[in-house]
Design a protein around this ligand. Sequence first.
Ligand SMILES: [Zn+2]
Length: 277
Amino acid sequence: MIIDSHVHLFPPKIVAQRKRFFDDSCFAELYQPEKSKMVSRDELLEMMHTEKIDRAVAMAFPFENDEYRMLQNEYLLESSHETRGKIISFLAAPKNIDCLDGWMAEARTSGAAGVGEVAFYSTGFGEKEKQYLDVLLQAAASADLPVCLHVNEPVGHRYPGKYTTSFELLFDAISKNKNTKIILAHWGGGIFFYALMKEVRAAFAHVMYDTAATPFLYDERIYLIAREIVGSEKILFGSDYPLLSPSRYFAAIRASFNSDAQAAVLSENALALFHRR
Ligand SMILES: [Zn+2]
């Protein structure tokens, strides 16, 4: 079984007329470049069929505009329902910090599998965003929902959606919220390296890392190195489709993990995390 733990899905209305939604600065930041691909459910299902992906975790885009955010969340929940769980949905949380607690409980009952991909594309990640993240992580723990957080590598080439996350602030938020299951996307921007420090390893016991966008960012040796530092039980295969197709990852994953570890990375870790055994 293969589960792709990080794909992106948008309602057909947003895919067909993306320009109409550019007044949302977060959305414009990522999707104004024409080459940024967007897909709806049918294309995702077609890809899953072709590439033999059994389930996919659809990440929500962090719209600032509540109307767009809700339109998308509804579509994601409908997608899970229509596909009887083949598409597993994460939802986008409101930007209003005071609404987080109530919203989280509702998200849980509505059938969401998690929250995210949480990202701060238009503002970057500073003190204010860190305060928001603290509250969000706490609320997610109460609702027993995992949170996927977008984290970029702090060095190297620039691309739309890349911003610097202070590892100091991130470490603080993660270590304060030990009861929240956290997925750091894109290998957590490399923060997993510090799991070689005893106190970071202990503080990150509830953290997992996904492989999203690896072929665009890292040498294939990252799989071996991450396996060595955090262990295969903490790694989730995620493609970032439609940015990249799952097939772009498999050779490197198969070369880097033995068969048990491959099963963990490609499906078992996700099944356990999303309670889908
Ligand atoms: Zn991301």
